[in-house]
Ligand binder design. Structure first.
Ligand code: SAM
Length: 305
């Protein structure tokens, strides 16, 4: 053995243009085993962030040269990505429905499936049919960055939301996001606690909607997740040995907090969607429906009591 490392050495030469920097970044991320489409998408996010341009300006900037400090920053971001850091953590923010949310270590990166969960929640509040419920009371259990609660408050002009999380690090991101949208802060209340224990007791029996994207990965499944997903908090991902322990807790207590006739809207693991529906039916839900995501996978359960 010569002791020569085969690992890609990020951006050794000074790239002459942003186009060249992008090509090199795609190659470096692709060499690390990422599939080509994902590497190209990630490279574009990272290079655009460092270039500091968006929209049509990005295409115009492609033939201009990066400054040395930008090349330095790009090198550092590529190394962190190769080291497994999620792209959203590198960027420090991520788009979610109409919002741009801050995110980093300690909080789950909000996903596109969850954008659909919000869509289903808004539909339950009548927003999409034009007959929005007046001043509904909503709880978001396991709020993370605050993505669900803030989106509901942004898209339903009279909803009041309680956003609960057990993890101080996650709540710190939610608070940052609340500060970014001061116009929503009067209608979004953040609190720390173990599921329903984070809610004021006076809300029992009064909620018009419960929404949750709880941890639902089993311990075995966790080991199969891509390395960058495993950089997100374990407490946001794993729901006990069978992935059901948090789901069970939330479903079992839902009817004590909901107003009669109102619903729990919950993101579920595709392979356990049916099981979660049966659990809700066993807890007396009078209607249970499972909705598919855009890829046709059963990912959202709506149970009404
Ligand atoms: C899958 S993440 C969802 C985050 C965010 N709602 C989203 O959809 O992007 C689950 C969240 O539940 C929180 N959580 C885990 N156990 C909890 C508990 N016992 N009580 C309250 N929140 C909890 C985690 O900290 C994490 O933020």
């Amino acid at each position: 053995m010569s002791g020569v490392s085969c690992a890609p050495r990020p951006l050794e030469a000074e790239p002459t243009t942003w186009r060249r920097a992008l090509q090199e970044t795609v190659l470096l991320l692709g060499r690390d085993g990422e599939n080509a489409a994902a590497a190209a998408a990630d490279a574009k996010w990272i290079v655009r962030e460092v270039a500091g341009v968006a929209g049509a300006d990005w295409w115009l900037a492609l033939d201009s040269p990066p400054r040395p400090d930008q090349t330095q920053r790009l090198r550092s971001m590529v190394s962190r990505r190769l080291d497994g850091e999620p792209v959203a953590y590198l960027l420090g923010g991520w788009a979610f429905r109409s919002l741009h949310l801050c995110v980093g270590p300690g909080a789950l990166v909000p996903r596109s499936e969850t954008e659909q969960l919000v869509e289903v929640a808004l539909e339950r509040l009548g927003v999409l049919s034009g007959g929005a419920a007046s001043a509904p009371l909503v709880a978001d259990l396991g709020t993370g960055t605050g993505a669900i609660a803030l989106s509901i408050a942004a898209e339903h002009p009279s909803a009041t939301c309680w956003a609960v999380d057990s993890q101080p690090a996650a709540l710190a991101w939610a608070q940052r996001n609340l500060d970014r949208y001061p116009e929503l802060s009067r209608r979004v209340n953040l609190s720390r606690g173990h599921w329903y224990r984070g809610l004021p007791r006076g809300l029992r029996g009064k909620l018009d909607l419960l929404v949750s994207n709880p941890p639902y990965v089993s311990e075995d499944e966790y080991g199969q997740l891509p390395p960058d997903v495993r950089r997100e908090p374990l407490s946001a991902l794993v729901g006990g040995s069978d992935g059901m322990s948090d789901v069970r807790e939330i479903v079992r207590e839902a009817r004590f907090w909901l107003r009669p006739g109102s619903s729990l809207v919950m993101e579920v693991a595709e392979r356990r969607a049916e099981q979660v529906g049966e659990l809700a039916a066993g807890e007396g839900a009078r209607s249970v429906r499972v909705h598919a995501d855009l890829a046709g996978r059963p990912r959202m359960m709506v149970a009404a009591w």
